[in-house]
Design a protein around this ligand. Sequence first.
Ligand code: NAD
Length: 443
Amino acid sequence: MTAVKKSGVLFASNNDTNDTNHLPIPVFENSPTFKMALRQLHSVAEHINIDSGVLERLSRPKRSMVVSVPVRMDNGRTEVFAGYRVQHSLTSGPAKGGLRFHPSVDLGEVAALAMWMSWKCGIMNLPFGGAKGGIACDPSKMSMAEKEGVTRRFTSEVLSIIGPHSDVMAPDLGTDEQTMAWIYDTYSMSIGYACPEVVTGKPVELGGCHGRREATGRGVVYCIREALHELNLKPTESTAVVQGFGNVGTVVCQELSALNVRVIAVGDRSGAVRNPRGIEIHALNRHVNIEGKPLKDFPDAEAISSEELLATPCTIMVPAALERVITLKNAHQLRCRILAEGANGPTTPEADEILASSDIFVIPDILCNAGGVTVSYFEWVQDLQRLFWSESQVNDRLRELMGEAFQRVRKEARDRNISMRMAALSLGVQKTAHEKMRRGLYP
Ligand code: NAD
């Protein structure tokens, strides 16, 4: 099985069958993110024993839905947004994955994120396949009423493919607990009874899980603790730089500060700030997330550019914003000992090759940020059983599962002398591939 290029599209080619039978995936043609996900899959396939037909099936999403989302805006005009829901795999259970609101969302990006979700669920041994959704809109420029309109109409448009046993959404970039509450309500109204298990990441009073909002950031920090231990580094002597101060980035900063790691620089879409003595995270949280002021205007720190942020020398670098921010151009400028990928897909394959020849310890995204989907799984289970856990039960179980997953990936990397990313992808892909093989091909 090899990856070949036709009309600019990378897609699986099975050497022992006639190539004309293989359909390209034209809808993903222009997506660098999908090509990146596919390239990762194919490089993993070279190192593991995988049936060529299964690889072909895993190379493309199981189901993709593109919808128009018309919404009456506050000014009385109707705007139509593009919405996407992609289910990469339904083999291991319901499809599971976030919904993002961002102006540059497209089908290819969503398809790549859905594929990564499959590997993530595989590494964590969760009974889900991967999915992702997105709406091309800018939530920072929309009122609550407009966001509610977009969310509810999108939910109605994808109603036929979502459900607690088919596809369960969660928050991602630009969406939050309130978004999930609207999806829960819209879905429940259409089926005639309350169905909290249709989404995760809801408010706790609606059947959400204690600690879900913080779970991704906490999981990132549990992995960082394992890596520090592995490298014989002390938290109290470590410094951190975090890109992104939203859900994931804020919790990462708070949890690192709680471990007495000095957070010396933080950035978001408004810019970045640095203070070598350490940034006071409670004050930064108040400034950005409570008072709504631009992060770059935070007093008691020097404003720096996004480029300077990533080049700041530190022990731990955490990209927790967008994908493809560490590239061929800036990878050699990183001055960290640990790269903990809180965001999905922050490092391009070209940058990864540079990192592989450095002494940077990479905690790959599909392991590092898997705390979110893990606690989403806890939430789904609690909702199905109508039996709820305390926050300490959630956190203890999360710490245990993240620690075990970290050690499984570390062992795979060590035993096979491969990178942490290759080890994580291998475990995730093999789990999904194995289940596909055992289930066989229908009909
Ligand atoms: P969020 O919307 O809460 O925060 C995003 C942050 O990124 C904001 O601080 C924003 O200002 C910043 N940002 C946006 N554009 C930027 C740019 N060009 N340069 C620098 N910063 C920029 O989103 P989130 O939920 O924290 O998600 C962040 C990342 O983590 C995404 O890649 C997401 O897919 C991933 N992730 C999130 C979860 C979750 O549970 N929320 C789970 C797994 C992975």
